[in-house]
Ligand binder design. Structure first.
Ligand code: ATP
Ligand code: MG
Length: 408
């Protein structure tokens, strides 16, 4: 047997220390904000039948064609580690009869898996927070989700330098007309496009607009714009989204070439982008996906949602955002072994009262004192064989004060 320690898989992360605190802060803030907007929590399976993703996200997308972790399980079924949340939530909506709860506002977070080239801000196992409104066709649902995203970024202290880029892809009819114009336009320069985009030209020309290849980017600026093809209905829908954002005081920028990397979007598409993360600039993205439920065999069901990479949010939080200080409130200093039972009792009393506490109970008396100081507590509570007998405090702490008063 080898005595060498196995290495972690490339593109996975072991998150620890300040990074882990920033990560947890993103999740905690999301949990708080989603409750303000009354999104219900859901927990989803990490793997699904492969068709859940291939039928909804689209066979020609990067995610399905190159990035999925798919495997055959022992029973011979093709399974896939989820590359996103939306498809699984849509599957659950259909298979569990969640229609009865429509319009359904749900939120979740957890790990996702994509076979991508690992680099800063891009991993093979990464994590997202996710929010969806299913069964709501009104632009107000889009507005609600965007306002929630905006509030989240503000509460994380990272909204400076982050811009909401907003577009509409129109309804089915507008999208088809735009698509045809894009095919004409890109066909004229076909030979100069990347290989991937030459391929997309037939299957899904909108995706060329989302290409990261500089050969394609050169032509994207002058490509036909959706605005020339929007039906009156689609224009009206988009107008209601933007006026809702204005009313809520959410700043946005029109991005006429913005499409999302997945096939299922209609009407609203958006990304919150920053220039502080290099090429990995999209921190939160989403849109309306009215066609998705049908691709999974369900009745037509309008829906809209977004997802954000927790790692990218946490990186922004770490440089310039606000992670609340995590200061120890009470250190219980046990001066001798006879004092230990009293100290344990005191310690559990403190924690039950909501005061964070650590015990120092080993080493020489001098070492113990030094250890307690090193923990940087607000208060050191001293215990000896006669029990608790005194403390020293540094700063204000009403909860701790109340607890100490209750002891005498
Ligand atoms: P990108 O254009 O960066 O590849 P995407 O369009 O594939 O993003 P989505 O599928 O919309 O991304 O996922 C939403 C968010 O999830 C992204 O904006 C990003 O914050 C995060 N994300 C996506 N892929 C990764 C990854 N491999 N590692 C870390 N975060 C990721
Ligand atoms: Mg991607």
């Amino acid at each position: 047997m080898s005595t060498k320690t196995p290495q972690a898989i490339r593109g996975t992360q072991d998150i620890f220390g300040a990074e882990a605190e920033a990560f947890a802060h993103v999740v905690e803030t999301f949990e708080r904000v989603r409750k303000l907007y009354r999104f219900r929590r859901v927990e989803m399976p990490v793997f699904e039948k492969t068709e859940v993703f291939s039928r909804s996200i689209g066979e020609t997308t990067d995610v399905v064609s190159k990035e999925m972790y798919s495997f055959e399980d022992r029973g011979g079924d093709s399974l896939t580690l989820r590359p996103e949340f939306t498809a699984g939530i849509a599957r659950a909506f259909l298979t569990n009869g969640w229609q009865q709860h429509a319009p359904l506002k749900v939120a979740t977070h957890g790990p996702l898996f994509r076979y991508e080239r690992p680099q800063k801000g891009r991993y093979r196992q990464f994590h997202q927070i996710d929010a969806e409104i299913i069964g709501a066709g009104e632009p107000q649902a889009d507005v609600e989700l965007l306002v929630m995203a905006d509030q989240l970024l503000k509460e994380l202290g990272i909204s400076d330098g982050v811009t909401l880029m907003l577009n509409t892809l129109g309804d089915g009819e507008s999208r088809e007309a735009w698509r045809a114009a894009l095919v004409d336009y890109f066909r004229a320069v076909q030979g100069e496009l990347s290989e991937d985009s030459q391929d997309r030209l037939e299957k899904n020309p909108l995706r060329i607009l989302d290409s990261k290849d500089p050969r394609d980017k050169a032509f994207v600026g002058d490509a036909p714009k959706i605005d020339d093809f929007l039906s009156a209905e689609a224009q009206d829908f988009f107008g209601k989204v933007t006026s809702g954002l204005d009313a809520a005081g959410v700043e946005w920028t029109r991005a006429p070439s913005l499409v999302r990397g997945l096939d299922y979007y209609r009407h609203t598409a958006f990304e919150f982008v920053t220039d502080r993360l290099g090429a990995q600039g999209t921190v939160l993205g989403g849109g309306r996906y009215d066609g998705l439920m049908e691709s999974l065999g369900g009745a037509p069901t309008p829906a809209v949602g977004w997802a954000a990479g927790i790692e990218r949010l946490a990186m922004l939080v770490s440089d310039g955002g606000s992670v609340p200080a995590d200061k120890l409130e009470a250190a219980v200093l046990v001066e001798n072994d006879e004092g230990l039972p009293a100290a344990i009792k005191l310690l559990s009393g403190l924690r039950a009262a909501g005061v964070s506490a650590e015990i120092v109970a080993s080493g020489s008396p001098k070492k113990r004192y030094d250890k307690a100081v090193k923990l940087g507590p607000q208060a050191i509570l001293r215990v000896n064989e006669t029990g608790y007998y005194g403390f020293s405090v540094d700063g204000e702490n009403p909860r701790l004060d109340a607890f100490i008063k209750s002891l005498v």
